[in-house]
Design a protein around this ligand. Structure first.
Ligand code: CA2
Length: 149
C-alpha cells in the first residue's frame, strides 16, 4: 500500500526562504523523514511536488488506479483558489489530509478559506513541517494499525 505526498507551488523552496514563516527544514528532508516513518510501518511513500495546477490534477487522477491508499497534500496557494483541484479530489474518491506548515488562520483573510478542507479527512495547520509527520502518524494508524505501538 502506498501513500502519496503532494506539495504544491513554491514548496520546492522550503527551508531556503522565509524561515520565519516556513522554518528551515527543506522539502527533501521532509520527504526523506516521511519515507522512513512510513517504511517503519510497512508503507511506501510516493513524493510529488509541482508548481503547476494541471500537473497536480493529473497526479491526483493517477492515484485512482496506481495503488495509492491515502494522499497527504499541502496544496500551497492553490488551497485558496483551485476549484479544479477540489473537483479532482471529488472525482477520484481517494481519502486525503490537508497540511499547512503555517497557521493559515492567523494570516491574511484570503488564506482562511480552503476549497479542499470540507472534503479532507482532516486538516493540519500551524505545526510547521512537523505537521507532515503528524498527518503521516494518522495515516499509519488508518492503513497499518498493527504497526502502531
Ligand atoms: O502554510 C502553508 O503550508 C501554505 O500552504 C504555504 C503556501 C501558502 O500560500 C498557503 O497559504 C499556506 C505558500 C507556500 C510557499 O512556500 C514557500 C516555502 C519557502 C519559502 C518560500 C515559499
Amino acid at each position: 500500500m502506498s501513500v502519496l505526498l503532494i506539495n504544491g507551488p513554491n514548496l520546492n523552496l522550503l527551508g531556503t526562504r522565509e524561515p520565519d514563516v516556513y522554518g528551515s527544514t527543506t522539502l527533501t528532508e521532509v520527504e526523506a523523514a516521511l519515507t522512513v516513518q512510513a517504511a517503519e510501518a510497512g508503507l511506501e511513500v510516493d513524493c510529488f511536488q509541482s508548481n503547476s495546477e494541471g500537473e497536480i490534477i493529473d497526479r491526483i487522477h493517477a492515484a485512482r488506479t496506481d495503488g495509492t491508499a491515502f494522499i497527504i497534500i499541502n496544496p500551497g496557494a492553490f488551497t485558496h483558489t483551485s476549484i479544479a483541484i477540489r473537483d479532482a479530489f471529488q472525482s477520484v474518491q481517494v481519502p486525503f489530509c490537508e497540511v499547512h506548515i503555517s497557521n493559515v488562520y492567523a494570516r491574511e483573510p484570503f488564506r482562511h478559506h480552503s476549497y479542499l478542507s470540507d472534503l479532507a479527512v482532516g486538516v493540519m495547520a500551524g505545526f510547521g513541517t512537523r505537521g507532515y509527520s503528524l498527518a503521516m502518524s494518522f495515516v499509519i494508524e488508518r492503513l497499518a494499525p498493527n504497526a502502531v505501538g
